[in-house]
Design a protein around this ligand. Structure first.
Ligand SMILES: NC(=O)NCCC(=O)O
Ligand SMILES: [Zn+2]
Ligand SMILES: [Zn+2]
Length: 482
């Protein structure tokens, strides 16, 4: 079966041009003029872009005594409604659990995904088994390993564990990721705040100032450099962290930074809200920051020192958030955003002139496809690429509301924001997965996307590190020892 998307303006990370797209089965067969096929979608007046890729989601995540409320069914449905055709979730082994066993659990959970997905593997503990399992994880199509420098007592790993894991990543041609916050300092600040009677959601933000993020980002960059491996810093929220990444990149280090749509557009004033629920629903780590930090993130996207906009979609209901009444450290950390990432970024970024349309495609799809080594199968409009596409109506408007969202939770942190620029149709591997408010993709239609190790940047860096590695000086006349 062939399908033609006709009369649209194709927008990719590097070009904007008029053209028809012929899809044969699941992939793009041709791009050209006056193409015809068995079926036609009229895209006149619309932009046709690569489907969004969100590299940072947590579906049904076991965390802080509960599980995040969106699973792979509702979460990927939210993604498709917002033009996102692929998500990358975090597989989290329990303490002492083998990585392959955990991976099997995540595959089980993801069986109901409506759109394509992949996994990052988290290193939540360290030992011989983890070391031995890492190549098996890579062989199973997962080329990235996440390290939490925060969440002391649960997910956090120490510097020596991180260094060992980063070195293993270097050997395997895999990419380490970090959640960069100084977990020891955060844990101490939390106790100090609680002891002083600061138990509300605003104290969550007080306990995680930009400095703890900046310090951890610098530390992770140093450890990656010593291990000889690229580094991807998730949810960069502030200038301190961005500055560390910017500086490292200027020195030639292969460091990537990922701001979230929440940190770009929502600020710390939310935590001062008189309504406890309102503030608690916005508790996430790192917390929302001030306008100056937001400006830094936008500048990073425009200048290229930050490369990807994600969501860290980790949605908890209001009821779950209330586990933390009287003790902010028990409020499950996380917010939603999958359905809103593209429309909010388009509205606040492209429509304001902070981003070009091509930069929009780069930071929502193409850059991460390259970083995660699935380009050009994903993130591209090219013959042979998967036909994961969004047909974008730049004139469509809506006011974001929890009442009409696909996510399972009872609120939306973007509630009330008016967006202009919305998906009209989302195509997943050549099939209409979502159209004009109607979800068409079925449970289980999503497929696991294998990502091979040895991305070009990993190979280049290991070549360079080998060239400049310390070498023993061979001497002829060595004096006898005393
Ligand atoms: N970000 C957050 O608050 N929750 C999800 C887990 C994480 O990414 O740190
Ligand atoms: Zn995190
Ligand atoms: Zn996360």
């Amino acid at each position: 079966m062939t399908l033609v998307i006709k009369g649209g303006t194709i927008v990719t990370a590097d070009r904007t041009y008029r053209g028809d797209i012929l899809i044969d089965g699941e992939t793009i067969a041709r791009i050209g003029e006056d193409l015809s096929g068995d079926e036609t979608i009229d895209a006149s007046g619309a932009y046709v872009m690569p489907g969004g890729i969100d590299p940072h989601t947590h579906m049904e995540m076991p965390f802080m005594g509960t599980h995040s409320a969106d699973d792979f069914d509702t979460g990927t449905a939210a993604g498709l409604a917002g033009g996102t055709t692929m998500t990358v979730d975090f597989c989290l082994p329990a303490p002492g659990q083998g990585l392959i066993e955990a991976l099997q659990e995540w595959h089980q959970k993801a069986g109901k995904a409506r759109a394509d997905y992949s996994f990052h593997m988290a290193i939540t503990w360290w030992g011989q088994q983890v070391f031995d399992d890492m190549p098996k994880v890579v062989a199973a199509g997962v080329n990235s390993f996440k390290h939490f420098m925060a969440y002391k007592g649960s997910l956090m790993v120490n510097d020596d564990e991180m260094f060992a894991s980063f070195q293993r990543c270097a050997e395997l041609g895999a990419l380490p990721l970090v959640h960069a916050e100084n977990g020891d300092v955060v844990a101490s600040l939390q106790q100090r705040l609680l002891a002083a009677g600061n138990d509300g959601p605003e104290a969550h933000a007080y306990s995680r100032p930009p400095q703890v993020e900046g310090e951890a980002t610098n530390r992770a960059i140093m450890i990656a450099d010593q291990a000889g491996v690229p580094l991807y810093v998730v949810h960069v929220s502030c200038e301190e962290s961005h500055e560390a990444i910017r500086r490292a990149r200027q020195k030639g280090m292969r460091v990537f930074g990922e701001p979230l749509i929440q940190h770009l557009t929502l600020d710390e004033g939310e935590y001062a809200h008189a309504d406890w629920d309102h503030a608690a629903r916005r508790v996430m780590s790192p917390p929302f920051r001030d306008k100056a930090n937001q400006d830094s993130l936008w500048a990073g996207l425009a200048s290229g020192s930050l490369q990807v906009v994600a969501t860290d979609h980790c949605a908890f209901t209001s009821e779950q958030k209330r586990y933390g009444v009287g003790d902010f450290t028990k409020i499950p950390n996380g917010t939603g955003g999958l359905e809103d990432r593209l429309p909010v970024l388009w509205t606040k970024g492209v429509r304001t002139g902070r981003l070009t349309m091509n930069e929009f495609v780069a930071v929502t799809s193409t850059n991460i496809a390259k970083i995660l080594n699935v380009y050009p199968r994903k993130g591209a409009i090219l013959p042979g690429a998967d036909a994961d596409l969004v047909i974008w109506d730049p004139a469509a408007t809506k006011t974001i509301s929890a009442a009409s969202q696909a996510s399972a939770i009872d609120y939306n942190v973007f509630e009330g924001i008016e967006v202009t620029g919305l998906p009209a149709i989302t195509l997943s591997r050549g099939r209409i997965a979502w159209r004009d408010g109607e979800l068409r993709a079925g449970k289980g239609d999503g497929r696991f996307v294998e990502r091979p190790a040895g991305a070009p940047i990993s190979k280049a860096l290991s070549t360079w590190k080998e060239l400049v590695a310390p070498r023993k000086v061979e001497r002829s006349g060595i004096p006898a020892g005393v």
